[in-house]
Write a protein that binds this ligand. Structure first.
Ligand SMILES: Nc1nc2c(ncn2[C@@H]2O[C@H](COP(=O)(O)OP(=O)(O)OP(=O)(O)O)[C@@H](O)[C@H]2O)c(=O)[nH]1
Length: 784
């Protein structure tokens, strides 16, 4: 009964949350709280007074008090559970949600709650002590890696959550690499310390080995697995022991006191040693970083050289902070989110060691100075209020009821309202200052990844400044644009299938639903098959397409039919080839005349890319008018989108425009058409090779089921690269063609009695042999 009541309470709270599928029902229940600078007393929370912080703090905290933090990890490491605890301890929710009960705040999509996985990153805001934390819970499943990538761009720091019994798992490596790319300082949280096979030492070692980073141990656990009951803070030498009260074990009740030798002589010595090691590590790193002052190193070498023990905790903390911000090492803390232990010290570590927005450097800020520059990093569709666009402000300020200019879409839009996503409520605010994150209402065109500025004039001024900063080099407009926008890199989809509405009458509704979903999720691609007129859905994996299908049904009420899932192959060329083509057409009284001569060559040894590298012969570049260049390049690019053999994208080619003759009256469209036709001929002449996606596969399986998993892998053209031992399990690292992985989860589950887990990630594209290629051709032509 108590459980039912608890769920009811939580679900009532959820109905007021920022969830796009709850449509109009939510409108009646949702409470948007308005805050003005003059009147901060409009408090109307569903939580009891005292639970939620003063709304005065809601408006705009000082930038040094803001932490924009991501929470990232391998699937199931406990990100959502940890986030839920953070919201609870900071006083923004009254009951603890549970992933297994499907009632957490951040996993708000129906699919997330049913499957117990995070699909969309959720942004929540809350205050911890005197800090504003904007926290983004990101998905762990590899199909949603783009979702992680786009969030990383607006983060200043991140918490990497690990399952302490598994250490570093496959997807952790991927997100770690992404965080490296965006130069994001991190903290590691070793979660699940209560699990049977949890091992602090093993997890730390795996961080060191696999992530090639320097872990700074800031805590030691007290007990492990079933006996895990607390931890010692190595910096302050305080022990923190969680003490359940008789009726509630929510982790709010803990004892924090200095660890004395008499309490536990062994642990006392361990802490002493760990502290000395930590001080040595920090000192060595600081001495190596030439551009950081080494005040701490001087202390360690001077005043405290004999007795590290006396080094004050605050000096050590600020030295750890500098090392973390410089990304030379990563603080490690531990706990068990599910058992409500270790989350409050983790929150302290976030505020203490991760950077404020003004401690990060962004090149583009110098081009805007005090003008508005904001980034839209997430879009949700609310059927009542239209698109809700999450933005981060980098410079200037954002105000409701104002017009803004979207550089990517070249359009001016009016924003009606500005909301803070405070846990599961939205609070209306009068302005948003640099470093902060909020939700905007009213932006109808903006999509994920767009840059928003105050006006077109401001964008032009910034572009000019960027051009000047580039040393006066002559840059094309598109160069300057890409400098300003730094868009999310979206990998090409690997799967596609047709999608059909139940009737022709529903096609328009389906098109609308797909365009809304695409604005939310740039990794979803939608195309029209030019031959059959069917709509094609392209996604990052089986789960991705399954979720989209499900969302169309649940959120837009359209029952669609999916065709069989197909592999997105690529095409490339085998040899170099040169062709010439002429287009001579009279339209009305105008004669359009173009002759183009192109050479294509295979490009070897570089990262696979579907963007051809285009060059011009010296004789062409000398006389080529600038405005024709765009038309030529469009023609070349267009013919690479659909290769000549099976219509798949063409990758890894170099193109040289050897000669070009254009009659003065010729339109740019005709130039593009001629170049495109010439390209198709050249590609065919060069000989086409089909490439298939090759996946990195990592299977975690018990010893008992290892041989069954390996035998199955051999039948799938898989090649095993390494078999590692992870605690009691074996980890098989292999590569396997994507075509052989359809339905793999069901097969692996039955082979291993559901005990194995796996992750798949695109590795590269490999050439099909001639038999496989002709079999594929026959299948595509419907001959077999
Ligand atoms: N034993 C134990 N289980 C935990 C702990 N934290 C989370 N779990 C469980 O681990 C499972 C996954 O937890 P989530 O919080 O959904 O993990 P996640 O990282 O958000 O998962 P994705 O969003 O799907 O990537 C759930 O069954 C949780 O109850 C912990 O500290 N100890």
């Amino acid at each position: 009964m108590l459980r039912i009541m608890r769920k009811f309470l939580v679900n009532t709270l959820k109905s007021s949350s920022l969830c796009n599928e709850h449509v109009c029902f939510r409108k009646t229940k949702m409470r948007v709280i308005s805050v003005t600078q003059q009147n901060c007393s409009l408090r109307n929370y569903s939580s009891p007074p005292g639970d939620v912080k003063s709304l005065r703090s809601v408006i705009n905290p000082h930038i040094s008090r803001i932490r924009n933090i991501g929470i990232m990890a391998h699937i199931d490491a406990g990100k959502t559970t940890t986030t839920e605890r953070m919201l609870y301890y900071s006083g923004y929710i009254r009951t603890l949600g549970d992933v297994d009960d499907g009632d957490t705040v951040t996993d708000f999509m129906v699919q997330e709650r049913e499957r117990g996985i995070t699909i969309q990153s959720a942004a929540v805001t809350f205050d911890w002590k005197d800090y504003r934390i904007n926290l983004i819970d990101t998905p762990g499943h590899v199909d949603f890696t783009v979702e992680v990538e786009r969030c990383l761009r607006v983060l200043d720091g991140a918490v990497a959550v690990f399952d302490a019994s598994a250490g570093v798992e496959a997807q952790t490596l991927t997100v770690w690499r992404q965080a490296d790319k965006h130069q994001i300082p991190r903290i590691c949280f070793l979660n699940k310390m209560d699990k049977n096979r949890a091992s602090f030492t093993y997890a730390v070692e795996s961080i060191k080995q696999k992530l090639k980073t320097k872990p700074l141990l800031l805590q030691l656990p007290i007990g492990e697995a079933k006996t895990f009951r607390g931890l010692v803070d190595i910096v302050t030498k305080e022990q923190i022991i969680w003490k359940p009260t008789s009726d509630l074990d929510d982790g709010k009740n803990f004892e924090q006191k200095l660890l004395l030798e008499a309490d536990d002589p062994n642990l006392f010595q361990e802490v002493q040693d760990a502290r000395n090691t930590l001080i040595e590590q920090v000192k060595t790193i600081l001495l190596k970083i030439a551009d950081l002052d080494d005040e701490f190193a001087e202390l360690v070498l001077g005043d405290y050289s004999e007795t590290f023990d006396l080094i004050p905790a605050d000096k050590l903390q600020s030295a750890i902070r500098r090392v973390t911000l410089a990304q030379k090492a990563v603080p490690v803390v531990c706990g068990s989110a599910l058992k409500n232990k270790g989350v409050q010290p983790l929150l302290d570590a976030i505020t203490m060691y991760l950077p404020a927005p003004n401690e990060r450097s962004y090149e583009f800020l110098q081009w805007y100075k005090d003008d508005l520059c904001a980034l839209a990093f997430k879009v949700l569709h609310d059927k009542c209020r239209g698109p809700l666009v999450f933005v981060r402000v980098y410079s200037g300020s954002l105000k409701p009821q104002s017009a803004v200019y979207n550089i990517n879409r070249s359009c001016t839009e009016r924003m009606s309202r500005l909301l803070l996503p405070f846990a599961d409520q939205q609070i209306e605010i009068p302005s948003l200052m640099p470093g902060n994150i909020a939700v905007t209402v009213g932006l109808k065109q903006s999509a994920t990844g767009d840059t928003i500025v105050s006006s077109k004039a401001s964008a032009v001024a910034a572009a000019r400044q960027a051009g000047r900063d580039a040393g006066g080099e002559k840059r094309s407009t598109s160069d300057v644009d890409s400098l300003l926008l730094a868009g999310v890199e979206i990998p090409d989809p690997v799967f596609f299938c047709t999608i059909e509405p139940p009737s022709i009458a529903k096609q328009q509704d389906l098109d609308n639903a797909l365009s809304c979903l695409q604005r939310e999720d740039p990794s979803l691609k939608v195309k029209l098959d030019p031959d059959t007129g069917q709509t094609i859905l392209c996604g990052m994996g089986e789960l991705h397409i399954e979720i989209i299908h499900d969302r169309i049904k649940r959120e837009y009420g359209i029952e669609t039919y999916l065709g069989p899932l197909q592999i997105a192959y690529r095409e490339t060329i085998l040899n170099a080839a040169q062709t010439i083509d002429t287009l001579d057409k009279t339209v009305g009284d105008k004669r359009h005349f173009v002759t183009a001569e192109l050479e294509v060559r295979p490009r070897l040894g570089e990262r696979a890319t579907t963007k051809p590298v285009i060059a011009y012969a010296a004789s062409v570049i000398e006389v080529l008018p600038k405005e024709l260049q765009g038309a030529i390049e469009n023609g070349i690019m267009n013919s690479c989108i659909q290769g000549p053999l099976l219509g798949f994208p063409v990758q890894d080619i170099d193109v040289t425009v050897q000669s070009l003759t254009v009659h003065p009256d010729t339109s740019h469209t005709m130039v593009s058409a001629c170049v495109s036709r010439c390209m198709q001929k050249a590609l065919k002449k060069a000989g086409i090779q089909i490439l298939e996606p090759l996946m990195n596969l990592e299977i975690t399986v018990s010893e008992d089921h290892l041989s069954a998993a390996l035998a199955d892998l051999a039948q799938r053209r898989g090649s095993v690269q390494e078999i590692q031992t992870r605690q009691d399990n074996r980890v098989v690292i292999a590569v396997v063609p994507l075509a052989e992985t359809m339905g793999y989860s069901t097969v692996l589950r039955s082979l291993t009695s559901g005990s194995a887990t796996f992750t798949l990630e695109l590795a590269s594209y490999q050439a099909l042999n001639s038999q496989e290629q002709s079999a594929l051709l026959q299948r595509r032509m419907g001959l077999v």
